[in-house]
Design a protein around this ligand. Structure first.
Ligand SMILES: [Zn+2]
Length: 241
């Protein structure tokens, strides 16, 4: 079944898939292509589906716009002024300052990423940015992990977070409780980062993906599935650079 959602001056067509897994609620995803997909419990009447989708219209349109943004701006790049790079889900324009005497440095000022570098070519700027992302990732992830951990009764001391560039994973948690995160996660929206951190912290209590593990996630972040869906769809784009 193909339906159309209208919201203000915007509209989006969507396919409805019937799902035997679902009991009461609709499941709504926006794919990286911008396609809207709706899963509904078998036999849900069309007016109920329309109403359920309409209720989330604003969220849906925001996500379609965001993915459009990602597609246009998160692809491999030239590292020149005016190009945009992501930090915590937001786009920032690069401003390159090439100065033979400059040390490589990056500053985030008023929504712009100012990169100073001695040569100022793509390799130079890429190196400066990579280093900056790693530093920001390390301090941000550790800070957020400590804050989250303080609310979780099973975590006595927040484990330190290490960074490791991975092709397919955002994070992992060892049986000894060491948390490793992908530095590229710092480019994802804040709620996606929170989801990954909470996921790994829940592994300190449950070292598997059992129903008990998911019950912990549900209790501490009821909307984690949406964050996961969003992150999954962004993975391809955020992990390539
Ligand atoms: Zn896991």
């Amino acid at each position: 079944m193909r339906l159309t959602l209208r919201y203000g001056s915007k509209s989006a067509e969507y396919d409805v898939r019937e799902s035997a897994r679902l009991t009461a609620k609709l499941r709504i995803h926006v794919e990286p292509s911008g396609a809207l997909v709706v899963e509904a419990p078998v036999g849900t009447p069309e007016n109920k589906i329309r109403a359920g989708v309409q209720k989330r219209a604003r969220w849906i349109m925001d996500h379609i716009d965001r993915f459009e943004d990602y597609r246009r701006h998160a692809l491999p790049r030239d590292y020149c002024s005016g190009e945009t790079h992501f930090y915590l889900g937001r786009r920032h324009k690069l401003k390159i300052i090439a100065e033979p005497s400059a040390m490589r440095s990056v500053r985030l000022i008023a929504g712009r990423l100012e990169v100073s570098a001695p040569v100022g070519d793509a390799d130079d700027i890429k190196l400066a940015l990579q280093r900056w992302y790693r530093q920001r990732a390390l301090s941000y992830f550790n800070l957020r992990t400590a804050r989250l951990a303080a609310e979780l009764p099973w975590v006595e001391i927040a484990p330190p977070v290490k960074l490791l560039k991975m092709k397919r994973y955002w994070g992992s948690c060892s049986p000894h409780g060491a948390i490793t995160l992908n530095p590229a996660l710092i480019k994802a929206p804040v709620h996606c980062v929170e989801y990954v951190l909470l996921h790994e912290l829940c592994h300190l209590a449950e070292h598997n993906h059992s129903p008990r593990f998911y019950a912990l996630l549900d209790r501490h972040m009821p909307e984690w599935r949406e964050a996961k869906d969003e992150l999954d769809s962004l993975s391809e784009m955020l992990l390539i650079v």
